[in-house]
Write a new protein. Sequence first.
Lengths: 67, 152
Amino acid sequence: VGRLALRRDRDALTRFDCRRRLSEGQKLRVGALAEDFTLADSAGAQHTLSAMLSDGPLLIIFYRGYW
Amino acid sequence: LAEFRDVYDDFRGLGIQIAALSVDSPEQSERVRRQYELPFPILCDTQKEVVRGWGLFNAEEKGGIAVPAIVLVGRDRRIRLMMVEGVATRVRAADLLEFLRAHPVPANSADDMPANSADDMPSNTPRQRAIFPSLVDVGRAIRNSLTRARKV
């Protein structure tokens, strides 16, 4: 049980560090203006954030990718 | 990603679009998209400019990858909702859908917050508490565990 608690604390610390880094950058706060971007999708089509938003809100799922 | 595939139509029903984003090559992303039969695009941030610019860059792993996160951007390009790292990996797509059903995304920030003061908002205003119950809970859990760790 002690070891489990320790691991949980370490996970929590990692998350805490990550969140602190993010808040220091002040990049992604609720209410903040998102930086516009243009990226190609996997099929090569170009997507510009501001243009996509004219069709409605956009949920972006950032994921780690293949490894 | 597969979870969001399963509720994609429901999100569309709410007028919300979905896109995935990683630093993978288009070829790798296309394999993932086909494998999971994703109905939404995978954006390829191969230059890692977006993840860096948005503060979602994890430089310590695999030569630099995206920090797992779910970000809802409103039509006004303002961040409406965000779940990062540990939280993002725990939020289920179906739960997020339920939440968004109960809390529709306003058409623009003027509906619920003055646009010019948004950037000066402290990080834990009541409004953010309301929209982020899970994040607040996680924060509390982290604080609790830190207190415990100090005692140990």
